[in-house]
Ligand binder design. Structure first.
Ligand code: X2X
Length: 341
């Protein structure tokens, strides 16, 4: 009798799992956690939110994703995001190459000063053989990379004075994030860099604990940095950080083929939309965001090619040093892709 009851209980437990279509669904979590640094209305957060929305739509509601901006799943410590992703504390992420570069040194590529002159150059990397190679590398590190997005060209701002020459940076306290490469670049320019998370950067700017920072213009505006005393902005385009849409490998493996493809298609669509938003208003054809910034009383300095060369020369040793650490072959491939773009 006992054995029969146990058998019945077992059958009751097993039976629902054997119904076609139910087995997969039973393995799915009620909610998947998506990490980003910036939420809405930043383009980054809009992109993350859109990905979640498209996933729901394209999987017919089988996969529910909730976005956690502010890298709140790692208490705001954005340089720990990649590790948490590998460990499964985070299920999905839209992350900046800068924030993951402490764990994936090749991602420092995009932070080599003055490697990428324009948006075409970024696309030549992310959409070409270099992007493919980096995705293959990430695939060996417990994540499934799906699409490239964009944070953007990081322009420098400060509360003290206009920056036109490397000399103007001398002694300015500049907040940077992520890899030691940024410390090297700022130090080479004579600035006084200090590393901190984005969460800490805003109070540090408002109290004057630091004089300046570097971030894309869309971030500069959405974070209202002019109201935190950032009245001098120099467009120098020294580096740009792409974003990468990824899923933890085990989470990915737990999904049906059909749902995997739906999540991939959702990432590609959300990323394309996000790139368009992040580039809006900062081109020669449409400089509406720049006008908006100037209207907020910010003095905008656009470097001439000659002026830019001085910054490039001052950071050349950093480029050479880091090219070795990133991998000379990868850097060569990147230079070749950009030259052909
Ligand atoms: O912290 C920053 O500066 C930010 C928001 O741009 C990144 O996460 C790289």
């Amino acid at each position: 009798m006992k054995a029969l009851l146990a058998g019945l209980a077992l059958a009751a437990m097993v039976a629902p799992a054997m119904l076609p279509g139910k087995a997969d669904a039973a393995d799915y979590k009620a909610e998947y956690k998506l990490s980003t640094v910036l939420g809405k209305p930043f383009p980054w957060g809009v992109g993350g939110d859109r990905w979640a929305e498209l996933i729901k739509e394209k999987t017919g509601g089988r996969i529910t994703v909730k976005m956690y901006p502010g890298t709140s799943l790692v208490n705001g410590d954005q340089t720990k995001e990649f590790t948490a992703l590998r460990q499964g504390v985070i299920d999905l992420a839209v992350g900046s190459t800068i924030n993951w570069s402490p764990q994936v040194r090749e991602l420092n590529l995009f932070s080599l000063p003055f490697l990428m002159p324009d948006h075409k150059a970024i696309d030549a990397l992310t959409q070409g053989p270099v992007g493919k190679q980096l995705f293959e590398l990430l695939s060996t590190k417990d994540v499934v990379p799906l699409a490239w997005g964009e944070n953007g060209f990081r322009e420098i701002s400060n509360s003290k004075r206009p920056i036109r020459t490397p000399d103007d940076l001398k002694g300015l306290k500049i907040r940077v994030v992520g890899s030691p490469l940024f410390l090297d670049t700022m130090t080479a320019l004579g600035a006084n860099p200090t590393q901190m998370s984005w969460a800490d950067a805003q109070p540090a700017l408002s109290t004057g604990a630091v004089d300046g920072q570097e971030n894309p213009l869309a971030v500069f505006v959405a974070a209202k940095l002019p109201t935190l005393g950032q009245k001098h902005l120099t467009l120098w385009g020294y580096v740009a950080d792409p974003l990468i849409f990824v899923v933890n490998k085990e989470v990915w493996a737990s999904w049906s083929k059909e749902d995997q493809e739906a999540v991939r298609a959702a990432a590609l669509q959300a990323a394309a939309e996000e790139i368009a938003i992040s580039r809006k208003g900062i081109t020669a054809a449409d400089d509406s965001l720049l006008k908006d910034i100037a209207a907020q009383g910010v003095e905008v300095v656009q470097l001439t090619p000659e002026q830019q060369k001085a910054f490039q020369a001052a950071t050349r040793s950093v480029y050479d040093k880091w090219a070795k650490q990133i991998g000379p072959d990868l850097v060569k491939a990147a230079e070749t892709s950009i030259a052909g773009a």
